[in-house]
Design a protein around this ligand. Structure first.
Ligand code: B12
Length: 334
């Protein structure tokens, strides 16, 4: 048995040490997490023997060793191995794959493999899917995006697909766009293809009841609306239909709709910070029938005003809780 097999740790149990070997003031004393071969093998699904071969032959391996000479991989080492594994799985010869993986600096490795870290087999697989979405967006490959999204939707329920893959991928893409590492065309493409796939879920789950009193919209001037589609799809999966108004719905239009249709449930999304003198509050003050209003997205203030006796005004912090709040029937006010 290889000496390292004997020291193999359970997955999710990395070695952690205080790394003061670097000696410079800034890095001295920082904590690094390092992984044994067995753990890396489990995270990436690459056999331990292959990992050792890649290390010996191509230099794709751990940057650290224990005093006893056992291999220890840092997160950056693992990213490089991940790139190597991805290329070889696509049929690229190991030597060429290694050349590409070795040419990547830390930043490039982050872009290729995403910022998700693995915390368990499922998260690890989700992290790889997030990386695959980012790579496909970066290389402007709509067919790959579509395949990845469809496979994710087949393998996971919608809430898990959104929480563990789509939203992290969108956040990573947003961060990379913010850092100038990825063009806005990649961001548009990743979101456009996702719109198509979420709409397919909505169409495929024709609601058993079409409750026109559920309204979903993005706030005034708000161009982001993917979370609305995710919510519409999740409601449709539960047999609840909704009127989804999409992006940039003027508050006056929301007001007109409320006053004419008296819906019982309203969901509003805002990624961008809302103005201090939010016009929605005075609209809600005029609502005199029982209504649940759910606000999603980082654009809304943490403190919400009291919205009067008829309206139950709440935040939702994720897709599951938003769906739950909207699916819960509205109690008549006393
Ligand atoms: C795709 C995208 C676009 C697409 C939108 C396409 C579409 N059909 O929706 C396009 C290209 C049009 C676009 C445009 C813009 N965008 Co944009 N965009 C994004 C991106 C990548 C994803 C948006 C999204 O769907 N988010 C959904 C989830 C992933 O958002 P979240 O904030 O992480 O969610 C948190 C919670 O709300 C909750 N949550 C997650 N999912 C769900 C679901 C539900 C139902 C609920 C209730 C909660 C919930 O969990 C998270 C917190 O842990 C984000 C990155 C990001 N982090 O959101 C940037 C981002 C939102 N965009 C940004 C910007 C700046 C813009 C533009 C202003 C750029 C420009 N200069 O033109 C414009 C227009 C803005 C406007 N007026 O609306 C910034 C916003 C910064 C800010 N807060 O002010 C972001 C954060 C990118 C960044 N890193 O800077 N964008």
């Amino acid at each position: 048995m290889d000496s390292e097999s004997g020291t193999r740790r359970a997955f999710g149990d990395p070695a952690e040490r205080v790394d003061d070997s670097l000696g410079d003031g800034e890095d001295s004393g920082r904590t690094t997490v390092e992984w044994a071969v067995g753990s890396v093998s489990e995270r990436l699904g690459v056999a331990p023997a292959t990992l050792r071969t890649w290390d010996r032959r191509y230099g794709i391996g751990p940057s650290q060793r224990t005093e006893g000479g056992h291999r220890r991989y840092t997160e950056e080492d693992i990213r490089r191995v991940r790139v190597m594994a991805r290329f070889t799985a696509r049929g690229v010869p190991a030597q060429s794959a290694a050349r590409v993986a070795l040419s990547m600096d830390s930043e490039r490795l982050m872009i290729e493999t995403g910022t998700e870290s693995d915390a368990g087999p499922d998260r690890g697989e989700a992290g790889d899917t997030v990386s695959a979405v980012c790579s496909a967006a970066l290389s402007l490959d709509p067919a790959a995006l579509s395949r990845i999204y469809q496979r994710t939707l087949r393998e996971r329920d919608l809430v898990s697909a959104w929480n563990d893959v789509f939203a992290p991928a969108l956040r990573t893409i947003g961060e990379q766009w913010g850092a100038g590492a990825l063009g806005v065309e990649s961001e548009h493409l990743a979101s456009e293809v996702l719109v198509t796939e979420l709409r397919a879920v909505i169409r495929g789950n024709r609601p058993r009841t079409l409750e026109a009193d559920v309204v979903l919209a993005s706030a005034d001037e708000e161009q982001h609306y993917l979370p609305l589609l995710a919510l519409e799809a999740e409601l449709a999966r539960h047999g609840l239909g909704a009127i989804c108004l999409g992006a940039r719905v003027p508050t006056t239009a929301i007001s007109d709709l409320l006053m004419s249709r008296h819906p019982s449930r309203l969901f509003l999304w805002a990624s961008i910070k809302r103005p201090a003198d939010e016009p929605l509050w005075s609209v809600l003050a005029g609502v005199h029938w029982p209504m649940t209003v759910v606000l999603g997205g980082p654009g809304w203030p943490a403190e919400l005003p009291s919205a009067g006796r008829s309206v139950r005004l709440t935040h939702a912090h994720d897709l599951g809780s938003a769906a739950h709040a909207i699916l819960t029937p509205v109690e008549p006010t006393t």
